[in-house]
Design a protein around this ligand. Structure first.
Ligand SMILES: [Zn+2]
Length: 142
């Protein structure tokens, strides 16, 4: 997250704002001169069942039609902050265990953090073709 913040700051320093504070411009969406500079825009990025909310974004909002426009550096930083990239704490490879069975060796840090042991039961929830959540069945449930 810090890296994304630094990227945004660097981009912000590099270029002037398209919507400078205190200025009102013509709105590209409705044509009214009601496009007002804002520092409080909000965007949500969603991955699977989770939503990340980004506050205090720079841009402009039209007081007439409500259209919002982000500064280019905000768009770039949001793109860089895509949750799919940030959620990966560990990497594990799918390998051929025996015959046509596939298996995964968990990195030792995963084993330690999750306190996994032989014969633990895992629940797998598929969110989309690229995303799954693996949850160890709680010991209290058994
Ligand atoms: Zn408008």
């Amino acid at each position: 997250m810090e890296a994304v913040h630094e990227l945004r700051t660097r981009l912000m320093d590099d270029r002037p704002r398209a919507f400078p504070p205190g200025q009102t411009r013509e709105c590209p969406a409705c044509g009214n001169c009601a496009l007002e500079s804002r520092n409080d825009l909000i965007r949500e990025t969603i991955v699977g069942a989770m939503a990340l909310v980004h506050h205090h974004l720079h841009g402009a909002r039209c007081q007439h039609c409500g259209s919002e426009f982000l500064e280019a550096y905000e768009d770039l930083a949001l793109e860089e902050a895509r949750p799919e990239d940030r959620l990966a704490d560990y990497e594990a490879k799918v390998t051929n265990v025996s015959g046509r069975n596939l298996g995964t060796y968990w990195p030792k840090d995963v084993v330690r953090v999750m306190e996994l042991s032989n014969q633990d039961a895992l629940e797998v929830q598929i969110l989309d073709p690229d995303t799954m959540i693996v949850r160890r069945k709680g010991k209290t449930e058994e």
